[in-house]
Design a protein around this ligand. Structure first.
Ligand SMILES: [Zn+2]
Length: 305
């Protein structure tokens, strides 16, 4: 299960007739169903590529109960270590299934050939701990999930550790790549232990999903999550400078013009955010507490200009 670019880098190594290759173009429900139905009988599935290839491979392994192997071609998202599949259904993300890879191959040679921008964006799913933890802590007792202090402390520690690796992440060096993947593994362990992802997924992700919904576009996940983290840290009054500095030190692009996000897209997304999280039934976050009026919309949009 792969994508055109990683496939072009390994074509010589794929034995004809022994392996069946599928290219994944999206994680829309209809596309995944089409793949699952059209695939021949196979003994195992290997995903090579970005987040979409990882998730499509996980989907097939889950549906068919066959062994799963994953080789991320970039460390742009944590999809290689997570156990569920982020299916896009009617403009929303729905997590399905449960599957554990037999092996995750972290091939520095393959990963370092991806655009640096993609690999640096991998920080987004860790930097999100900063705002997600705030949401989790403040939501407990206000309708949100109960806080598990030990898990929250571990997540905070993962964020502090990755902060020290900003220069390696910027350089996309083997230590930087390894630090990202190992941090994903630790965050995933926390999520498995507590039964939800609130240590790393909160309002910053909700903003990213809402932006995709409003614009009908897909973005580099870690970049929009980072934009969301800067915005939500502003709204939380939660050291937005820390998020900006870490993102900039690691070379993550997050400013709206760099992502092709217009001021109109920003304003509309922020206005629709409260309704979006309500309709999607997302866990408690600062969005439930804040009044997002026109003054807040323009304050936030100005803050990330
Ligand atoms: Zn994420």
């Amino acid at each position: 299960m792969t994508q055109p670019e990683p496939l072009s880098m390994m074509r010589a190594g794929l034995p004809d007739g022994l392996a069946h290759t599928e290219l994944i173009s999206s994680l829309e429900e209809a596309e995944l169903d089409r793949l699952a139905q059209g695939m021949p009988v196979v003994a195992a599935v290997l995903g090579v590529g970005g987040g979409a290839a990882m998730d499509a491979a996980k989907f097939i392994a889950w549906q068919r109960a066959i062994p799963l192997y994953l080789a991320p071609s970039a460390v742009s998202v944590d999809a290689c270590v997570t156990n569920t599949v982020a299916v896009r259904s009617a403009g929303k993300v729905d997590y399905r299934g449960f599957v554990v890879a037999e092996r995750i191959f972290v091939d520095f040679g393959l990963i370092s050939r991806a655009p640096a921008r993609m690999n640096r964006a991998g920080l987004g799913d860790l930097l999100s701990i900063h705002t997600a933890l705030w949401d989790w802590r403040h939501g407990a007792g206000q309708g949100g999930a109960e806080l598990i202090p030990e898990a929250a402390r571990s997540a905070a520690q993962i964020l502090r550790a990755i902060e020290e690796r900003a220069a390696d992440i910027y350089a996309v060096s083997p230590p930087g790549i390894e630090a990202l993947v190992r941090a994903y593994v630790l965050v995933n362990e926390i999520a498995s232990d507590v039964g939800h992802a609130q240590a790393e997924e909160g309002s910053e992700h909700y903003f990213a999903y809402c932006l995709e919904h409003v614009t009908g576009r897909s973005f580099i996940h870690g970049e929009v999550v980072t934009l969301g983290a800067v915005l939500m840290a502003e709204m939380q009054g939660n050291s937005p400078g820390r998020v900006r500095a870490l993102a900039d030190d690691a070379g993550v692009r997050w400013r709206p013009p760099e992502l092709g996000v217009s001021r109109d897209d920003m304003d509309t997304t922020l206005r629709e955010l409260p309704g979006f999280v309500r309709d999607a039934g997302l866990p408690w976050s600062v969005i439930d507490e804040a009044r997002i009026d026109e003054a807040t919309v323009s304050m936030l949009a100005e803050a990330v200009r």
